[in-house]
Design a protein around this ligand. Structure first.
Ligand SMILES: Nc1nc2c(ncn2[C@@H]2O[C@H](COP(=O)(O)OP(=O)(O)OP(=O)(O)O)[C@@H](O)[C@H]2O)c(=O)[nH]1
Ligand SMILES: [Mg+2]
Length: 387
């Protein structure tokens, strides 16, 4: 984005409404992923949520104390049922509290219903206690998939083989999980669906942790089919999942733009493609869980619109580019939209991974999202190279 193109010529008559509409449509289409988290005080629940979702909703504090034992925290893509207060040995039996909470939750709106449960246990315990087993059985009986998350695993790295091994106490727990027995050594069934060993930092409180990739993969696998996309959007560990969601959006928009230009559009009407492109960008932003209203001010959106159409510049300059022609045909419209989508995807990724400050998006647009003229120029170059 150069200063001239924003000021040169008339103000663009482009409506930013498609952008806003597409964002809210995509939000309601993808929906919300709801995770329930159970685990004793200090086992590392908040650290896990932070590591996987990149935010601790509890800290942000829009919490809703639904029952004595259950808090609900949410933003657009993520809801967390924090099922606390199940400390064994408290006044009320944990199982009763759990029953009460699940009963209350079942009467909440559909978009608040639990998809997956992370039952968190400190990996330094040697087995599950009876009340914990009862709770897991209860959750399972209610049709809720439970992932048993062993937290704070202190992996040891063999300096020679570089292989990571779990410490002895965790191994004892894992052995028990593989063949659980009761206190009389009789085999029992603990109906968790998976168990995953995790850490969010090393034993010195440093590093990024381990096992989290497996945790998100298992969570996705156990999520109901129609909530998988919401989980892909809510989580922040796996970028390829987001790209997989965003690419078809680009392909669809490029096809729509090509159709719109099936009868070649005069260059001055490049603006006709803007609704398609803005809608595409709104959808991609949603996939990266970005709040565009805070990223792009009205002025920035207007700048973006100029960038998209480039109409003031295009009018005279096109004639100077050999082979560019004077109309936008289907091929140009499709290529233009696809290039814009890829650029916007990269920009969203940078913001999402905190490599780009959301406040600087407006200034950086030009570096990511190619302008109309850049693409025409490129296509003209290719044409010349071919001939
Ligand atoms: N060594 C190690 N420490 C951890 C790990 N995860 C969390 N901790 C530490 O354990 C403490 C508790 O972590 P939290 O994530 O706050 O635990 P919590 O379950 O949310 O705790 P409450 O909300 O108080 O119930 C903090 O001091 C963390 O730094 C881990 O993987 N390894
Ligand atoms: Mg916490």
């Amino acid at each position: 984005m150069t200063a001239e193109s924003a000021t040169d010529g008339e103000a663009p008559r482009i409506d930013d409404q498609p952008f806003i509409d597409a964002t809210s449509q995509a939000k309601s289409r993808y929906g919300r992923f709801n995770l329930a988290i159970i685990g004793g005080t200090g086992v590392g629940k908040s650290s896990l949520v932070n590591a996987v979702f990149g935010r601790d909703l509890a800290k942000v504090g829009k919490g809703l104390p639904v029952t004595q034992g259950a808090h609900y925290y949410h933003d657009d893509s993520l809801g967390i049922w924090d099922l606390e207060g199940f400390e064994i040995g408290t006044e009320k039996r944990p199982i009763e509290l759990l029953h009460e909470s699940l009963e209350v939750i079942s009467h909440r709106p559909p978009n608040e219903q639990i998809s997956v449960v992370w039952y968190c246990v400190n990996s330094h315990s040697d087995r599950l206690q009876r009340p914990e087993i009862d709770m897991i059985r209860d959750l399972n009986a209610k049709g809720l998939p439970v992932i048993l998350v062993l937290t704070k695993v202190d992996w040891e790295k063999n300096p020679i083989t570089n292989k990571r091994t779990v410490p002895l106490d965790t191994k004892t727990f894992v052995d028990w999980l593989n063949e659980p027995v009761d206190s009389h050594d009789q085999p029992i069934v603990v109906p968790y669906r998976e168990f995953v060993l995790t850490s969010t930092r090393d034993r010195n409180g440093k590093g990024k942790g381990h096992g989290l990739g497996e945790l998100v993969a298992e969570t996705l696998a156990l999520s109901p089919e129609d909530e998988k996309d919401a989980f892909r959007i809510a989580q922040r560990l796996n970028l390829p999942w987001k790209r997989e969601l965003a690419r078809p959006v680009i392909v669809t928009a490029a096809a729509a733009a090509a159709t719109a230009a099936a009868v070649p559009l005069p260059v001055a009407n490049a603006v006709a493609l803007a609704p398609v492109q803005l809608a595409m960008m709104g959808r991609i932003a949603t996939i990266y869980d970005l709040e565009l209203k805070t990223m792009l001010s009205a002025t920035a959106l207007a700048q973006l619109a100029t960038q998209l159409a480039g109409q003031s510049l295009a009018r005279g300059a096109l004639a100077l580019i050999p082979g560019a022609g004077s109309a936008i045909n289907a091929g140009v419209a499709g290529a233009l939209t696809a290039a814009m989508g890829e650029g916007w995807l990269r920009l969203c990724e940078q913001v999402h991974t905190s490599k780009l400050d959301p406040a600087k998006v407006a200034d950086e647009l030009g570096a990511y999202v190619p302008g109309f003229l850049d693409i025409i120029r490129k296509m003209a170059e290719q044409k010349i190279a071919k001939s």
